[in-house]
Each structure stands twice: as C-alpha cells, then as structure tokens.
Design a protein around this ligand. Structure first.
Ligand SMILES: Cc1cc2nc3c(=O)[nH]c(=O)nc-3n(C[C@H](O)[C@H](O)[C@H](O)COP(=O)(O)O)c2cc1C
Length: 397
C-alpha cells in the first residue's frame, strides 16, 4: 500500500459557497462518499489500476471497470472473463458494459446478476471512435431514441436489484445533440444515475468540456443523480465542477493517468481538507510505478506481461520530471520488474513534484468528423437496429 506521499499546502483561490463536506452519492444500495468516481478507461482501469486508486483514496469513491462488450461477455470470451475479475478489496464491484443490441445487453446483464459478477452496471454510450460510430454504435447510438430505450429497458429489467447507470456524451455534434432526450429516456426506463462527458463525439477529446451542459442535464432530470465528467485535472477542479453545475458527483478520467494519488486529493478536498494535495517526489513516483507494474503482473499471472502492459503508463508517471529522452525510451521498453526498478534507480530520484505536471494529460486531440451509417441522421425515431459489428472496438468513450 503506498504510504503518504509528499504533500504541499494548497493555496485556495476560490472556495466559493462550496458546502463541505459534499453530500454522498447514492447508486442504488451503494453510498459513494465522497461522490468521486474513476472514469472507465479501456486498457487502463483494470483491477490493478482501480486497486491503486482505491488504496490512495482510503477505500472511498467508486471505481468502474473498463468497458466490456456485451457480446464477448455472453460468449464468455477468455480475455473478457479475465477483464471482469475484481480484486477482493473491491466493493462495490462496478462493470461498464457496451452493447448495441437490446437482447444481447439483456443477456449480459442477466448473466452478471445471476452469477454475481458485479454489484453495479454502467452502460457506455460515449465511445466516439469511427470504427464504432460508423456502425451506429457508441456515441452515435443515443440518436436513435427507440433503440436507446430498448437497450435501457432490457438492462434495467435484467439487472434485478443491481443498479444500472449510464454514461454518455452530449451528442454526435453541435447540430445533433442527444443528451437531454437520452436523459429523459433514462429516467423513464429506471436508470439510477447518469454521467455526462461534456463533449460531442465530433470533439473527441479536443477543446474544453462543456460544464454548462452538465448543469442543464441536472435541471432536466432532477429525479436522479447526475455526474459530471470532463477536464477535471485536480481536486479543486472537481469541487468547482460540483459548485458550478450542481452535479451530484464527479467522474475523473485522464487526470488520474500516471497520477492515481489524485484520488487521495479528491477525497481530502471533498472532506474539506483543502490543504492536502499530493506532491510526490520522483522517488515516491518510482515506488508507485513499481507497485503498479507489480499489480499488473500479479493480475495477469505473469510478471513480464504486467511490465509490458505497464509501458503505456511510463510517460504519464514521468511527466514534467527531468528524466531525459533516452531514459524515457528505455523505461518504456522494459520487460521485467528488475529492469524497471534498475532503470528508475538511475534517475535523480530526489526531484520534487514538478510544477506544471498537474494539468491536462492523455488524449487531447479533437474535431474529427463523425463517421455514421448512411442515412443515420434522417430519422431519430426510426426503429432500425445496429449492426453488432459496432461492438468490435474496445477503445473506450
Ligand atoms: C484511454 C481512454 C480510454 C477510455 N475508455 C473508456 C471506456 O472504456 N468507457 C467509457 O465510458 N469512457 C471511456 N473513456 C472516456 C473517459 O471515461 C472520460 O469520459 C473522458 O476521458 C473524459 O473525462 P476526463 O476529462 O476526466 O478524462 C476513455 C478515455 C480514455 C482517455
């Protein structure tokens, strides 16, 4: 378990009228206190990363799996069955599902409920990648109101006592906004809460997230909790999002990449301990890196596989530190824990947390044209289904 990291006092610029502590979030029977959620991220938020974030949060918050395609789940695909394995410490267990066919979504949800595979199911309608939207899946799907309703209905009825939540984007592009209709449909179908990423599919990860849309959704569906998502890079951003939008909880994604201790900051800030902000030295970061790679290896049942999977995290952890490009490259091709540790030990580990490393990280590109099936936009209310090939991608939201 990572110990307390170097901490620096935080200057509070704008503490506004933030009620402290912020009320907990209720997801069915699960009380999430404080209301902070790790965003599902394909290839990232597997059990090891969730465990790491949870350790830093002291077990508080909610940590959602990366998205699992419903067809692969009902077919008991071997890799998928590995992806839904939770650490014993994970309670509640949250699985995010992605599906385009109401019947398959229903089957997947019933399988989770009957086999006790999770305690909470989140449905992903936010994926913007062309491979998925081209078939009418991901963030293209909520445009077809009847199909969205049918999927939600199957999911909620199949889930029994398990709460079903959904996560979506604002819409396809500025001319085809779907989130308000989708929010209303979700309420009518018994969805427990909604997370809104304040971008359209066309924006991908570019520009800035539209927090006003989160506020509008909150007003539009007062019956259920609304969680805000997009561009939370610090605990103070999270508090500001709650204050400015009135949302009931905050979902944090890229801000945690190479920075799982952000969850310690989030919990501290939501509990009113604003002075607690993690500022780990490079030595402390190196220890977290080794722990992360170790957990990945244990989870994969193979040290080398874990270290290879860890490679994608190296640049995020080292962001802002004076490491040198050669060493960065070397650390990103290690295959064993000993090699990783040895490389890290060659660094000037006494370096303090770099100023400027707290800002945006991960994907930031945007303004792509959204590729859709022919005639997709003609009628939002037709009853067409979606080709199940729209489930073939696994790269997220
Ligand atoms: C690498 C990566 C993978 C993602 N995978 C998923 C996913 O599996 N399911 C999902 O709903 N969103 C996924 N997302 C979107 C995030 O959950 C989140 O909505 C988005 O990054 C915006 O939040 P942020 O600004 O806090 O990062 C992914 C994002 C990234 C960067």
């Amino acid at each position: 378990m990572p110990g307390a990291l170097g901490r620096v006092p935080l200057r509070i610029r704008d503490n506004g009228a933030m009620p402290t502590p912020v009320p907990p979030l209720q997801i069915g029977p699960h009380t999430v206190r404080p209301p902070v959620v790790l965003a599902p991220m394909a290839g990232i938020t597997n059990a090891p990363f969730r465990t790491l974030c949870r350790e830093f949060s002291g077990g508080k918050g909610l940590f959602v799996s990366e998205m699992i395609t419903t067809r692969a789940l009902v077919e008991r695909n071997e890799k998928t069955m590995q992806l839904i394995r939770f650490d014993a410490s994970e309670k509640p267990r949250s699985i995010q599902l992605y599906g385009v066919d109401p019947a398959t979504v229903g089957k997947a949800v019933r399988m989770i409920a009957e086999e006790d595979l999770a305690d909470h199911i989140d449905l992903n309608f936010g994926c913007p990648v062309p491979k998925v939207t081209r078939k009418g899946g991901g963030s293209a799907l909520p445009y077809k109101r009847h199909l969205l309703r049918a999927i939600l209905r199957e999911a909620v009825s199949g889930a029994g006592d398990l709460p079903v939540t959904m996560k979506m984007r604002k819409g396809i592009d500025d001319d085809h906004i779907t989130y308000l209709d989708a929010g209303r449909i979700a309420v009518e179908e018994g969805v427990t809460s909604i997370a809104l990423h304040g971008r359209t599919a066309a924006q991908h990860y570019g520009g800035t997230a539209d927090w006003d849309a989160i506020a509008r959704l909150k007003e539009h569906v007062p019956e259920i909790p609304v969680l805000g998502n997009g561009d939370v890079w610090s605990a103070q951003d999270a508090l500001r999002m709650v204050r400015e939008t009135g949302c009931d909880g905050v979902v944090v994604g890229r801000g945690c990449l190479g920075r799982p201790w952000l969850f310690a900051d989030l919990v501290a800030a939501f509990e009113g301990r604003h002075e607690d902000v993690a500022a780990p030295s490079l030595r402390e970061v190196a220890d977290v890196m080794v722990r992360h790679a170790t957990l990945l290896g244990e989870w994969a049942g193979d040290e080398s596989k874990g270290v290879v999977d860890f490679r994608k995290h190296v640049a995020w952890y080292l962001k802002g530190f004076a490491v040198g490009s050669e060493m960065r490259k070397r650390l990103a091709v290690t295959s064993s824990l000993a090699e990783l540790r040895a490389g890290l030990d060659e660094l000037d580990l006494g370096q303090p947390w770099p100023t400027g490393a707290d800002g945006p990280r991960g994907r930031t590109s945007g303004n792509n044209r959204v590729v859709l099936p022919d005639g997709w936009l003609k009628d939002p209310y037709d009853c067409a289904g979606v080709d199940e090939e729209a489930e073939q991608d696994t790269s997220g939201g």
